[in-house]
Design a protein around this ligand. Sequence first.
Ligand code: APR
Length: 249
Amino acid sequence: MSFDTVLLEKLRSARHLVVFSGAGMSAESGIPTFRDAQTGLWAQYRAEDLATPDAFRRDPVTVWNWYAWRRAMMRERQPNAGHLAVARLERLLPEVNVITQNVDGLHQAAGSGSVIELHGNIHGSRCFDCGRTSGEADGANGIDIPPRCTYCGGMLRPAVVWFGEALPMQAWQRAEDIVTDADLFLCVGTSSLVEPAASLPRLARSRGCTVVQINPDVTAHDAIAQFVLRGKAGGVLPGLLAAAWPDDS
Ligand code: APR
């Protein structure tokens, strides 16, 4: 793949880069996306039955088990070449922040130092009643499903953001501040359909930041991107780094 020389220069001279990632970032690690036809999770399961507070109230066992299955699957997965390229950018540019909708922790596993998780992290849990976080996602005694909160006895739920829930306030405010300051914004592997996360590329653009879209498919945000790179994260991102910094191995 060849890259626009203007884009390469913008990348090399970026003062503050933001990488905004979605499920497509982890697809090449073997983690299914949500909305890809056939393979996406929401093509096989109903979000209303699994990813809302009401679903958990109605059937906590099914919801807990579904997340336990995904958590176990994600534990086996490794960062791919795209995650590793994002982590490498930290030593090539003055400031790099990752804002992710993913809950798998793979950016951190790849070595990225500043990762804002807008939708939480599947490896943690918190009490559905008192809200206290619990380090042990699988529960203390391994018998109750869902496991019980050690403080109040309420049911534990995965520490992710469900449909109809607010984003963690601190993470969201930090994300908005970061995007407001950024001069280059890479939007990687997201369908950009879920708000408020999907407003971040628009915010970036409205602040005069250069927006780059990396995705094999057309997305709702191609129209606001100055550069659209049609391809997979695990190929495009390392290719972009190799083209911008050919002497850096
Ligand atoms: N590289 C880059 N992009 C890819 C790849 C890949 N290898 N494979 C698929 N994609 C793209 C798809 O074309 C699609 O545009 O990744 C995108 C995935 O979109 P979604 O499945 O909608 O995932 P995402 O945008 O992260 O969803 C947002 O929705 O269900 C909720 O909370 C969940 O965080 C999630 C949110």
